[in-house]
Design a protein around this ligand. Structure first.
Ligand code: PRP
Ligand code: URA
Length: 210
């Protein structure tokens, strides 16, 4: 399973502030957006380019561009929403779908409640966003959901900020073709299913509600 731990110094610096318990919602949101943008730089590395001729003031030159490139950015609600704008700053033409999944507090099983995807999902590269990969239940459910709507496994990249080994294994069992990009691979889950050392509940910290 392709796991990419993106440990660029800028990302690691921002992650250290993001994880701190005293970082408030405003700064937390800004950091999630900034780190997502930096992660997108790596997650889009193998997107194909097409040749274009560009007229500079002096002559015509052959360049390469994202021509016809189709991307869907799909946050897992709620916390994935915080990553969307960072990615759209780099890929403004991307379409944005949504998948609503929450994790039942007692069973830790994913519960889905909403979805809206671009109609031509099958033709798009998909960046599936959620800052937290814990048991992997939510991400795996989202991946299965996307595939049932036509998305191709090889076109799906799951982009998160903190991953637990348990979640990485779960995605691998669900579909070992899907690429995972994370800013950190943490130690383990605790008995309540929280990532250790993690950063707590990402959605709660982002939006200030429980
Ligand atoms: C968090 C997080 C992931 C999920 C990860 O969402 O944003 O979606 O938990 O846990 P898992 O890998 O064990 O499924 P949460 O369920 O708290 O939903 P919410 O942010 O909408 O409240
Ligand atoms: N979801 C979160 O937001 N944080 C965790 O540590 C685990 C699941």
């Amino acid at each position: 399973m392709p796991l990419h731990v993106v440990d660029h110094p800028l990302i690691q610096h921002k992650m250290s502030i993001l994880r701190h318990k005293d970082t408030g919602p405003k700064e937390f949101r800004e950091l999630v957006e900034e780190i997502a943008m930096l992660m997108a730089y790596e997650a889009t590395r193998n997107f194909p380019l097409e040749p274009v001729d560009v007229e500079t003031p002096l002559e015509t030159t052959r360049m390469r561009a994202f021509l016809g490139k189709k991307v869907a950015v799909i946050p897992i609600l709620r916390a994935g929403l915080g990553m969307v704008n960072g990615i759209l700053q780099l890929i403004p033409a991307a379409k944005v779908g949504h998948v609503g999944i929450y994790r039942d507090h007692d069973t830790l099983k994913p519960v889905d409640y909403y979805s809206k995807f671009p109609e031509d999902l099958a033709e798009r590269d998909v960046l599936l966003l959620d800052p937290m990969l814990a048991t992997g239940g939510s991400a795996s459910a989202a991946i299965e959901f996307l595939k049932s709507k036509g998305a191709r496994s090889e076109a799906i990249k799951f982009v998160c900020l903190v991953a637990a080994p348990e979640g990485v294994r779960r995605i691998d069992e669900t579909d070992n073709v899907v690429d995972i990009y994370t800013a950190a691979l943490d130690r383990c889950l605790n008995s309540f299913g929280y990532i250790m050392p993690g950063l707590g509940d990402a959605g709660d910290r982002m939006f200030g509600t429980r």
